[in-house]
Design a protein around this ligand. Structure first.
Ligand code: NAD
Ligand code: DAU
Length: 339
């Protein structure tokens, strides 16, 4: 049976990143009764502009590291929930420099679990479908919550490690925890290192989009606002100790997504470059979100991927000052990697 919980004062880690900031903006729009403390280190991926203009009475930003135990001891007491988004999140970066991933994703999660236990705070852990490894392109199967963990990359193995810590801390110390594993998000405010914004901003800059390998790899796309609604539903109504998968039936090959971007932006469908594949590149992700839908009544609202993509392209056209500062460095880094 679901347990009902009405948080009034939550900590959102990584609330200046792509998905965490969407959750913070969604909270302001939908739950004005709840105060949000954002804890964010402001790495290259964190941008305070993502939560700028929100009411100071409802949202406070603390700039700091989730690995800093003293800081956590100072700021966590008095809150009734931690929603943990903060992570090093990009696979390609993890392949070339894994250490920050081990530190933030594993040690950082350990520190948060420790403090959640000490002050008996409800804890929700935001994770990824990549912990389950990958599927064959034509396999008639989707990921399910109890599937074995088989991560492929340094990034996904650190996320898998963090999930296992959460499961153990729930069982051994009784932490009131839930876990969600979501598929690939898209929408506004996503860093230009990621697939969809990289290609959109490449076109806007007159650079040819870049496709890895064969382009046949499949990702299961979900609009980030649907992810935020699901996280709230799990926090408020989810069963303690459970894992919920979040996905919106959005499977598409990379080449199909790229062709949709090119077509929506008035480019020929072959106006891109094939580049070096990602080592260990996962073939396909596919989410079965039946548990979330059946138990908690969640449904995706942004079910039309084409419409969501058009709105996302529009957002990047209108917000060049937001993405421009990161573009050159990001492309220089990719070029050095042959990507
Ligand atoms: P992001 O890289 O855009 O944002 C990460 C945020 O965490 C940034 O604001 C960064 O400054 C902050 N951060 C990093 N290290 C920190 C530390 N040590 N202390 C405090 N803050 C720190 O990531 P995202 O794409 O928004 O992903 C957010 C979460 O969702 C991650 O846990 C990721 O694994 C998970 N997730 C992402 C996707 C996706 O498609 N992007 C899908 C499923 C799950
Ligand atoms: O599945 C959830 C995961 O989705 C999250 O856990 C990660 O944080 C998030 O980054 C994302 O991981 P992916 O590796 O799937 O996303 P990325 O945007 O890096 O790449 C999507 C696909 O596009 C992947 O198959 C690699 C390919 N790609 C990527 C880039 C950046 C290209 O073909 N060209 C590119 O330029």
């Amino acid at each position: 049976m679901s347990e009902s919980f009405e948080p009034k004062n939550i900590i959102v880690t990584g609330g200046c990143g792509f998905i965490g900031s969407n959750f913070v903006r969604w909270m302001v729009a939908n739950h004005p009764e709840c105060h949000v403390t954002v804890l964010d280190k402001l790495t290259y991926a964190g941008n305070p502009k993502n939560i700028a203009g929100l009411p100071e009475s409802q949202v406070e930003l603390v700039v700091g590291d989730i690995c800093d135990a003293d800081l956590l001891d100072r700021i966590v007491p008095g809150h009734d929930a931690i929603v943990h988004y903060a992570a090093e999140s990009h696979n390609d970066n993890s392949i070339f420099d894994p250490e920050p991933f081990v530190r933030t994703n594993v040690v950082g999660t350990y520190r948060l679990l420790h403090v959640a236990g000490r002050y008996d705070i409800r804890y929700h852990h935001v994770s990824t479908d990549e912990v389950y490894g990958d599927l064959d392109l034509d396999e008639p199967r989707r990921f399910e919550p109890d599937d074995p963990y088989k991560p492929s990359s340094p990034y996904s193995s650190t996320k898998a490690s963090s999930d296992l810590l959460v499961r153990a801390w729930h069982r051994t110390y009784g932490i009131r925890a839930t876990i969600s594993n979501c598929s690939n998000n898209y929408g506004p405010y996503q860093h230009v290192e990621k697939f969809i914004p990289r290609q959109i901003t490449n076109v806007l800059c007159g650079i040819r989009p870049k496709l890895y390998g064969t382009g046949k790899n499949v990702r299961d796309w979900i609009h980030t606002e649907d992810h935020s609604r699901a996280v709230w539903d799990i926090l408020a109504k989810g069963r303690i100790g459970e894992t919920y998968l979040i996905g919106a039936n959005g499977e598409r090959s990379n080449i199909d997504v790229l062709r949709s971007i090119l077509s929506a932006m008035g480019q020929p469908e072959d106006a891109f470059d094939w580049v070096r594949d990602r080592p260990g590149h996962d073939r396909r992700y596919s989410i079965d979100s039946a548990k979330l839908e059946d138990e908690l009544g969640w449904r995706p609202i942004h079910a039309d991927f084409g419409e969501g993509l058009d709105q996302t392209i529009e957002w990047y056209r209108d917000h060049e000052s937001w993405w421009r500062p990161a573009k050159e460095t990001t492309e220089r880094k990719y070029a050095a990697q042959g990507q």
